[in-house]
Design a protein around this ligand. Structure first.
Ligand SMILES: NC(=O)C1=CN([C@@H]2O[C@H](COP(=O)(O)OP(=O)(O)OC[C@H]3O[C@@H](n4cnc5c(N)ncnc54)[C@H](O)[C@@H]3O)[C@@H](O)[C@H]2O)C=CC1
Ligand SMILES: O=C(CO)COP(=O)(O)O
Length: 333
């Protein structure tokens, strides 16, 4: 299968390298110098240091001349940029005959006139003719690049898209499950990042394991409520892209979103916390939209709202905690 992957960050690189043993894979880097360095050193020193790239993987620099040729000749085009780059890539690929999938997890920053959108909503706006979907689930790039066992979810309303993603990435170390609930899979991937910031903060403040378990479980309830209001199925949130990715990201120290929470607990500013990562932390960009969209739908999300107040500098970590714990008793729903 001929696959083009656009975006040579940690996740695009890991997935491209994992698939290159079985498929003809081209990884397209935005930065020409980075592409050249990766092609010669066989490593992505900037985003995935210490892991050797599969010898078969071809790394090229993005160019306007290359785009139509690649998009026209591959069977599967994968967008591996952060959410901030998804709209532009979908516009560039809008007439692509291949199946298109994105890997990003989050809501786009609000655009003029509307709150931020999920990937499938952006696709409906700018590339409605594409056969498209998302690949999500609990998957730290480093572990996938090292060949450690991982399970993913290929989500699309179109069966052909789900099947193409399974064919492309299901292999010895990666299992890919299919799911037709694209909305649910995308909501899970976006909201778990916001909840991982909350859990990092909770652990950084030393609040204990009881508190962490409560945050994860009540966070899952928030995620599920928002998802159902947006048209998702409740059971999707008990799967890999919901509970699975929430547990991974909230508790795994490889998570950049969790690291933001840990850094805020140490007293770093948000700017310091984000700058020291060197990678994207989608929860920082998505949190306000998660809460704005929940509010518009009448969905209560106290944990996500606490994260927003904290990121906005409106409250200290101690005040955010006091606000959560100070609420009255409620039924578990
Ligand atoms: N790293 C991971 O373990 C996983 C990441 N993801 C998701 O995949 C997406 C990408 O994440 P990573 O590869 O980890 O990010 P990263 O921070 O490692 O790399 C980001 C890459 O995107 C490029 N980029 C940044 N802004 C861009 C823009 N506006 N337009 C085009 N390209 C841009 C950068 O040059 C870089 O190559 C995120 O949405 C993330 O949530 C999903 C699963 C696992
Ligand atoms: O999505 C991820 C794992 O599934 C990666 O999470 P972070 O972006 O928090 O590192």
């Amino acid at each position: 299968m001929k696959i083009a992957i656009f975006g040579a960050g940690a996740w695009g690189t890991a997935l491209a390298s994992a698939a290159a043993a079985r498929h003809d894979v081209t990884l397209v880097a935005r930065d020409a110098q980075q592409a050249q360095a990766m092609q010669s050193s066989r490593e992505n020193q900037r985003y995935l240091a210490g892991v050797a790239l599969a010898p078969q993987l071809n790394v090229v620099a993005q160019s306007t001349a290359l785009m139509p040729e690649l998009a026209g000749s591959c069977e599967l085009a994968v967008i591996a940029t952060p959410m901030a780059g998804l709209r532009q890539k979908l516009i560039e690929l809008q007439d692509c005959p291949a199946t298109v999938a994105w890997l990003c997890k989050g809501f786009e920053l609000p655009q003029q006139g509307h709150d931020g959108l999920l990937g499938h909503e952006i696709r409906a706006q700018v590339a409605p003719r594409l056969q498209a979907g998302v690949l999500s689930g609990p998957s730290f790039a480093l572990e996938v690049a090292r060949g450690q066992p991982t399970a993913l979810v290929a989500a699309s309303s179109e069966r052909a898209v789900r099947e193409a993603l399974v064919r492309a990435f299901h292999g010895a170390n990666v299992r890919v499950y299919a799911n037709d609930d694209l909305v649910g899979v995308e909501v899970g991937g976006a909201v778990k990042n916001v909840l991982a910031i909350a859990t990092g903060l909770c652990d950084g403040l030393g609040l204990g394991l009881n508190a962490r378990a409560a945050l994860i479980t009540r966070g899952l309830a928030e995620m599920t409520r928002l998802g159902i209001a947006l048209g998702a199925r409740a059971e999707t949130f008990m799967g890999l892209s919901g509970l699975g990715d929430l547990v991974l990201t909230a508790t795994g120290d490889l998570s950049r979103n969790r690291q933001v929470g840990l850094a805020l607990a140490k007293g770093q500013t948000l700017d310091q916390a984000v700058a020291s990562l060197g990678h994207v932390a989608e929860g920082v960009n998505s949190a306000r939209t998660v809460v704005a969209r929940a509010l518009a739908l009448g969905v209560d999300m106290p944990i996500a709202s606490g994260v927003v107040a904290l990121l906005d500098g409106a409250v200290t970590p101690a005040q955010a905690l006091a606000a959560l714990m100070g609420r009255g008793p409620a039924a578990e729903a």
